[in-house]
Design a protein around this ligand. Structure first.
Ligand code: NAD
Length: 495
């Protein structure tokens, strides 16, 4: 038993947070550690009736409670108070995130807990400086109009989030939705219920009025996710997860013509030109393929390398990959934790198998590490490199969401762009070059929402974030989030 990766005591029974109260239900499911396979906690699943109570509480908070009449300054202060609580309970949040996800401590600290606080504080501050537009119009008959825009909240927003970056994903949606004056019902992933429940504790302690922020636990189809997205009382859905789940949610809200913002899957390309800073590109691709054990929507699973440096690059990446340390989250210098679950490992391993059937050369990895201790009951997998697949191989077109990338040589800039764009997905790409003109030429031609040049996953929260094609609908980040989470009205006055 490894108690150092236990959950904070309040989560032993992980409850829903509805109308300002922590609610247990008769029906529970297990939260299982991906590090060891042991049960961490019992999670109380919300049924349709509890989801209905949460939606009704959110509506009441807007129509009858103080939140509906609050000023943006008051809402910003509330978000800062929530951030204060998270900072004070930093170690609890870290413990919850590590226990649920099995990721290295340093990554949980930066990618989740720091980023969660940053999301809350950034959107609190951004909301205070948001402003409308003004247009003066002179008509042919000499009369004049003035137009100005106002923002109103959408109402009750349903937020459905994935397991890969739980605190980051939840606060990325909650902070802008709340600063715009909405009330929220959040459904975190069934794989990672803990940090969302701690965030509810933070809202509770920060004195945010009942009903403004609700958390319901459960699964998708036939459970809390479906009950929430089909509920007639919600006004919009913000969702992060798999593309096919996005399609199911779109169908669920179609009759009600609800607004959606979707951040979906990716099959992201990295393009490495021969003129790159070689060592920086190797380190960059190591990060972009293996961060969070490859479970970031932005990870590069397709790496195109210009032919003159291809063999050298593959050899360098192989050496670096084999030097990566897989282990316990708190081991010094650990690089990779576990995958999220045994079930997800089955999916990743099925792609490892398929790649071989499709003719890949396995440069390194392709299996499961053996530790000889309780980690053998967990969901660890080896980081893996492939070469030699044809462009139409399934492994090069479907999202694996594990620590794996395929390397292929290319001969020209046009070819690299064409092959990078030949995907049903279009979330992110990274380009490695020291040629400034090339960077500006290639970036805009990539059919994705986000291009990084000589870096990866570097975020300024004011910039737009989202994908094209199967990777999503809409943009969030900075003013794009404020645009999504509010209704803009135009007021036109004849003067
Ligand atoms: P998932 O789609 O399986 O689940 C996401 C959430 O949706 C969970 O809370 C789940 O319970 C819920 N859900 C599932 N079916 C539902 C339904 N029919 N109705 C309502 N809710 C439903 O995704 P996941 O496996 O948790 O996350 C991994 C995926 O998320 C990957 O594809 C990854 O690329 C994507 N992702 C995208 C971004 C982005 O910003 N584009 C960020 C993180 C993750």
């Amino acid at each position: 038993m490894t108690e150092r990766f236990a959950l904070p005591p309040s989560l032993a029974e992980t409850r829903n947070y509805v109308d300002g109260a922590f609610v247990a239900t008769g029906r529970t499911f297990d939260n299982v550690s991906p590090l060891t396979g042991r049960v961490l906690a019992r999670v109380h699943e919300a049924d349709a009736a509890l989801v209905d109570r949460a939606v009704a509480a959110a509506r009441r908070a807007l129509d009858e409670g103080p939140w509906g009449r609050s000023t943006v300054a008051e809402r910003a202060a509330a978000l800062h108070r929530v951030a204060d609580v998270i900072e004070r309970r930093f170690d609890d949040f870290l413990a919850a995130e590590i226990a649920d996800t099995g990721r290295p401590l340093a990554q949980a600290r930066q990618l989740d807990v720091y980023r969660g606080v940053a999301n809350l504080r950034s959107f609190a501050d951004l909301g205070k400086t948001a402003h409308g537009d003004f247009f003066e119009t002179h008509l042919a008959d000499g009369s004049q109009l003035i137009n100005y825009t106002t923002r109103k909240p959408l109402g009750v927003v349903a937020s459905i989030s994935p397991w890969n970056l739980p605190i980051l994903s939840l606060t990325w949606k909650a902070a802008p939705a709340l600063i715009c004056g909405n009330a929220l019902v959040c459904k975190p992933s069934e794989e990672t219920p803990s940090s969302a429940t701690l965030i509810a504790e933070a809202f509770d302690e920060a004195g945010v009025p009942p009903g403004v922020f609700n958390v319901v636990h459960g699964f998708g189809p036939g459970s809390a996710g479906e009950a929430l997205t089909t509920h007639p009382g919600i006004d919009a859905v913000t969702f992060t997860g798999e593309s096919r789940t996005g399609a199911a949610i779109m169908r669920a809200v179609a009759d009600g013509v609800k607004e959606v913002s979707f951040e979906l899957g990716g099959k992201n390309a990295a393009i490495v030109f021969a003129d790159c800073d070689f060592d920086a590109a190797v380190e960059g691709v190591i990060r972009s393929s293996f961060t969070n054990t490859g479970q970031v929507c932005l990870c590069s699973e397709r790496v195109y390398v210009e032919r003159p440096i291809f063999e050298r690059f593959v050899a360098a990446l192989k050496a670096r990959t084999e030097a990566l340390k897989i282990g316990w989250p708190d081991e010094p210098d650990v690089d990779l934790g576990s995958l999220i679950s045994r079930e997800h490992r089955e999916k990743v391993l099925s792609y490892y198998q398929l790649a071989v059937e499709e003719g890949a050369t396995v440069v390194t990895g392709g299996g499961v590490p053996h530790f000889g201790d309780e980690r053998d009951g967990g969901a660890f997998v080896q980081p893996t490199l492939w070469t030699g697949l044809a462009d139409n191989a399934r492994c090069l077109n479907e999202e694996v969401f594990g620590p794996v990338c395929h390397l292929a040589p290319f001969d020209s800039e046009d070819e690299a762009i064409r092959r990078a764009n030949a995907s049903d997905y279009g979330l992110a790409a990274s380009v490695w070059t020291t040629n400034l003109s090339r960077a500006h030429r290639v970036g805009p031609r990539l059919h994705v929402g986000i291009v990084w040049v000589n870096t990866w996953f570097s975020r300024d929260l004011r910039t737009p974030f989202g994908g094209v094609k199967l990777s999503g609908i809409g943009r969030e980040g900075g003013r794009w989030s404020l645009d999504f989470y509010s209704e803009t009205s135009n007021i036109c006055i004849k003067v």
